[in-house]
Ligand binder design. Structure first.
Ligand SMILES: Cc1ncc(C[n+]2csc(CCOP(=O)(O)OP(=O)(O)O)c2C)c(N)n1
Ligand SMILES: [Mg+2]
Length: 321
């Protein structure tokens, strides 16, 4: 499938933004200035971006505890995200959510989620709304291999299938749930699980933007056409610990270094697009420089922003209709 130039440029920018955002957070978190927990998406960029490259603002996604990449891929601005992670009042959730609760409903980003397996049920609700309202929208749940074992996820697959919902289940399989290998913790296969609920199954290399784009495109088109849910099993790797501070003693020596050297989605993207002259290096270099500056500014602005006022504590607790 021929991907338009502006989609390629936008997707590269989104992947580069996620990478730089995460690499910078890794450094900033170590200073102790960032409250709470941070889980980095570094290494998994092509998945969120490849999937979201098919979505509009009116489509819905639900994310995980490792949610920064999904937010950026769905168009949430880095200034508001960085401020949120620093707990500042200028944050996208006014500094009250932090890393694991970034949401922007105006962009169809229902939120990062500290509850493993919390996204799939939300997506059934969102997909039911899309179906009832007949707005042509699709709802996508990103979840991990660990979350694939949660009852909530399996119930959601069932519900989405029996209600024929426009829902896409994206299993981001990075091989580990915390320190436990998925080869140990996941019985059977994701493919068999999808088949068990009568759901079409797709799978792809999550370090190759083009593979994710093509595969997710088919799954999303299936759901958008009213043919019911689909599952996309994305194989990828996380480059940092489960959370910032995890010593990763459960990974083999050199495992991550090898993945960084050989399976870097940004390097693969650049090699492919320049080799077949879809884009030139200069345009990619320009994006790199502009993103570097954007992230730098986001950190400066977040650090300078005020914390929420005490009076804000009870605001936004309940929704008013
Ligand atoms: C319901 C629930 N159970 C357990 C946890 C603790 N926990 C947080 S992340 C995680 C592992 C999730 O693994 P996976 O779904 O593969 O996502 P990954 O971290 O690999 O992106 C666990 C067990 C939780 N947050 N929520
Ligand atoms: Mg995992």
């Amino acid at each position: 499938m021929q991907i338009p130039r502006e989609v390629l440029l936008r997707s590269y920018r989104a992947m580069r933004t996620i990478r730089d955002f995460e690499e910078r957070l890794h450094v900033e978190f170590a200073t102790g200035e960032i409250p709470g927990f941070v889980h980095l998406y570094c290494g998994e960029e092509a998945s969120g971006v490849g999937v979201c490259s098919h979505l509009k603002d009116t489509d819905t996604i639900a994310s995980t505890h490792r949610g920064h990449g999904h937010c950026i891929a769905k168009g949430v601005g880095v200034d508001g995200m960085m401020a949120e992670i620093y707990g500042r009042s200028t944050g996208v959730c006014r500094g009250k959510g932090g890393s694991m609760h970034i949401a922007d409903l105006s962009l169809g980003m229902l939120g990062a989620n500290g509850i493993v397996g919390g996204g799939p049920p939300l997506i059934c609700g969102a997909a039911l709304s899309h179906k009832v309202l007949k707005d042509g929208g699709v709802a996508v749940a990103f979840y991990g291999d660990g979350a694939s074992n949660e009852g909530t996820t399996l119930e959601s697959l069932n519900l989405a299938s029996v209600w024929n919902l426009p829902a896409v289940f994206v299993v981001e399989d990075n091989g580990y749930g915390e320190a436990t290998a998925s080869s140990y913790a996941c019985a059977g296969t994701q493919k068999d699980r999808a088949a068990g609920f009568g759901i079409p199954y797709f799978e792809c290399d999550g370090t190759d933007f083009f593979a994710v784009h093509e595969t997710a495109g088919e799954a999303i088109a299936h759901a958008r056409a009213g043919k019911g849910p689909a599952m996309v099993h994305v194989h990828l790797s996380r480059w940092y610990g489960h959370f910032e501070g995890d010593a990763m003693t459960y990974r083999a020596n050199g495992e991550v270094a090898k993945e960084r050297a050989e399976q870097d989605c940004l390097k693969k993207f650049r090699e492919k697009v320049t080799e077949i002259s879809l884009l030139d290096s200069a345009s990619l270099d320009e994006i790199d420089a502009s993103v570097r500056d954007e992230i730098e500014q986001a950190v400066i602005k977040a650090k300078a922003a005020p914390l929420p006022e005490p009076e804000a504590l009870m605001q936004d607790v309940y929704v008013s209709y």
